[in-house]
Ligand binder design. Sequence first.
Ligand code: ZN
Length: 85
Amino acid sequence: MIYTNVCKHCHKVFRSKIRTLCCNDCRSEDDDRLDDIVQYLKLYPNSNALQISEELNIHPYVILKYMEEGWLGEANGEFSQLPDD
Ligand SMILES: [Zn+2]
């Protein structure tokens, strides 16, 4: 299965074997923040996106995107009830 993806950062259309919202060019930018979030969730497994956002100074929308992509499978999803805009 090959997915067609649109990068959420540069909006480039690209194909990959996994569903992702970030192209390789922008991946390093993503990884830095993702690492921080993963580390935080190891320390505080029951945190929701709003708490992570406040602690790490990352916009909640970015964290919710990671959740949607499946990176934060064990995260509490209670903050994912944001209205779409
Ligand atoms: Zn990109």
